[in-house]
Design a binder for this molecule. Structure first.
Ligand SMILES: Nc1ncnc2c1ncn2[C@@H]1O[C@H](COP(=O)(O)OP(=O)(O)O)[C@@H](O)[C@H]1O
Ligand SMILES: [Mg+2]
Length: 226
């Protein structure tokens, strides 16, 4: 398992709502290599977000094992999982989840400050990342003062500022027009190449899926090669 950035074996998830069981994922095996870009597609409700949450150690599986950089998540408590996530993963969501009362610079520096990095260094790194995503002129803007595309680029900078082994993106361009979606995705590809970051991208966008190294389809609880 140590050769993979993310891996899961025999992964299943059943949600329980009162007496009703909702099986969502069934016996999934998945292995992600360093620098690999995997797109996950599938109908709405097929379990894409559930899978991403599980692989990111944000939810508990009903069965099976999840490994993040060789750490078996079932052997870690919540505090240890938090450390594993902060050290190795970055998350980007459909809606940016930036904190509205902070500037772009502060939002991007946040994961570093959580790691107790000295403030000056955290801001310097955050500022460099914002420059890389083309937002050097927006450092002191709050999320409300940014356009949709700019907010997603800031969210991407925040996901990447800790230099994670893997970025997990859940429909990161779902809320953007074509031009902005392409720009955000081109940026992901570029960062993948320069930083060696792996990406798992859940997307409806066939153009984006086509430029990944592999596309997998979630259907009937199974993850199938396209
Ligand atoms: N916390 C939950 N409790 C119960 N059912 C859930 C929960 N989260 C997701 N589900 C169900 O699991 C299925 C997959 O959801 P989701 O992973 O969000 O799908 P997708 O991201 O592919 O649209 C859906 O039927 C959804 O209703
Ligand atoms: Mg979803």
């Amino acid at each position: 398992m140590n050769d993979f950035v993310i891996a899961c074996e025999g992964l299943s998830k059943v949600f329980h709502q009162g007496k009703v069981s909702v099986p969502v994922l069934h016996d999934i095996n998945f292995h992600l290599k360093k620098s690999e870009r995997v797109a996950i597609v599938g109908a709405s409700g097929s379990g894409k977000s559930t899978l991403l949450h599980l692989l990111g150690g944000l939810d508990e599986p009903s069965a099976g094992d999840i490994f993040i950089m060789g750490h078996n998540m079932s052997e870690q408590n919540e505090t240890q999982k938090g450390v594993t996530r902060n050290q190795h993963l970055g998350f980007v969501y459909q809606f940016h989840h930036l904190l509205p009362e902070f500037t772009a610079l502060e939002n991007v520096a946040m994961p570093l400050l959580i790691r107790r990095m000295p403030k000056a260094l955290a801001y310097e790194k955050a500022s460099r990342l914002l420059d890389q995503v083309g937002l050097s002129h927006r450092l002191t803007h709050s999320p409300g003062e940014l356009s949709g595309g700019e907010r997603q680029r800031a969210a991407l900078a925040r996901a990447l500022v800790t230099e994670p082994a893997c970025v997990m993106a859940d429909e990161p361009t779902g809320n953007l027009d074509r031009q902005n979606a392409n720009a955000v995705f081109a940026l992901m590809l570029e960062l993948n190449q320069t930083l060696g970051t792996s990406f798992i991208i859940v997307t409806h966008d066939t153009q984006i899926a086509a430029s990944a190294d592999r596309t997998l389809r979630l259907m009937d609880g199974q993850l199938l090669a396209q």
